[in-house]
Design a protein around this ligand. Structure first.
Ligand code: FE2
Ligand code: FE2
Length: 257
C-alpha cells in the first residue's frame, strides 16, 4: 500500500480547513416528522464529534516519539480539529432549530471509557477506523433522511472529510501491522474484524431509527460495513506483500519434522 508522510497529512488537513462547503445564510427547513426520526441520533453524534481528543493526543505523542516522527503528532492534532469542526457544525444546526446540545449519551460514554484506558496506537487506530466507517454510513443516511438543504450540506462536508480520515488511519494501521510477525498478524487481523463487526452492530442498535429513515435496512447496513472492512482492514489490504499466515499449514509442516 502506498503510504503518505506525516507532513503530507499535515498539509492536507491545513488546506482542507480553508475550504468552506456550507452556506450558513440558508435557513434550516426541517419538518416535525423528520425531526422525530433524526433528532436523537443527531444529538448523539454531535456529542461524539466534540471530544477534546486528549487521550488520542497522549497516545500519538508517545507513538510519534517511539517511531521518531514528531510530525505525526501535528497531523493527529489537525485531524482532531476537523472532528471538532463536525461537532461545532452539528451543534450550530441544533441551535438554529432550537434543540438542545446533549451532555450525555450511553454510546458516547461507553466509547469515552474505552478511550480513557487506551494508550496504544494500534487500538486507537482500529477504533477510529471503525467509528469513521460507521460515520460514513450514518451521515449518508442522515442526508437521505432529510430535505433540509443546510443539513444536507453539513453532511456532505463531513462525508468529504471522513473519506480522508479513513485513508489517514488506514495507512497508519497498515504501517503498524506491517511490523508484526506472521503469528501476531494473524491474531490482529481477526481481532480487527471482530471489533469492527461488533461495534457496527452496536451502532445499528443505537441508530436504527435514523438508518431506516435514510432507507437503509439491517442487511444493507451490515453488507456496507463488511465492504468497508474489506477496504480498510481486509486480507488483500493488510497482507498486500505476503502470503497469508495459516496456522493449519504451520501445524502440518511441524508434524513432518
Ligand atoms: Fe467526524
Ligand atoms: Fe472523522
Amino acid at each position: 500500500m502506498k503510504t503518505q508522510t506525516s507532513a503530507y497529512w499535515t498539509n492536507h488537513f491545513l488546506n482542507n480547513s480553508k475550504i468552506n462547503r456550507i452556506d450558513w445564510t440558508l435557513k434550516p427547513e426541517i419538518s416535525d416528522s423528520e425531526k422525530q426520526n433524526i433528532l436523537k441520533s443527531l444529538q448523539a453524534w454531535q456529542l461524539g464529534e466534540t471530544s477534546e481528543g486528549k487521550h488520542l493526543i497522549n497516545a500519538s505523542n508517545k507513538y510519534a516519539k517511539a517511531i521518531n516522527d514528531e510530525e505525526y503528532l501535528n497531523a493527529v492534532k489537525l485531524f482532531i480539529k476537523e472532528e471538532q469542526k463536525h461537532g461545532n457544525n452539528l451543534g450550530k444546526y441544533l441551535d438554529l432549530i432550537g434543540e438542545q446540545r446533549i451532555k450525555k449519551d450511553w454510546g458516547d460514554s461507553l466509547f469515552r471509557k474505552i478511550r480513557y484506558f487506551n494508550t496504544n496506537m494500534e487500538l486507537w487506530t482500529i477504533a477510529v477506523i471503525t467509528v469513521e466507517s460507521t460515520a460514513q454510513i450514518f451521515y449518508q443516511a442522515l442526508k437521505d433522511a432529510t430535505n433540509c438543504t443546510l443539513l444536507k450540506q453539513i453532511c456532505t462536508d463531513i462525508l468529504i472529510d471522513e473519506a480522508s480520515h479513513i485513508t489517514f488511519q488506514k495507512e497508519r494501521l497498515y504501517i503498524i501491522f506491517s511490523q508484526k510477525n506472521s503469528f501476531s498478524k494473524w491474531i490482529s487481523y481477526h481481532a480487527y474484524s471482530c471489533f469492527f463487526i461488533c461495534t457496527s452492530l452496536v451502532v445499528w442498535l443505537a441508530h436504527k431509527k435514523l438508518f431506516k429513515t435514510g432507507k437503509l435496512n439491517f442487511y444493507s447496513f451490515i453488507s456496507k460495513m463488511r465492504l468497508k472492512l474489506k477496504k480498510v482492514a481486509g486480507k488483500t489490504v493488510l497482507f498486500e506483500h505476503e502470503k497469508v499466515f495459516n496456522p493449519k499449514i504451520l501445524i502440518k509442516q511441524n508434524s513432518y519434522n
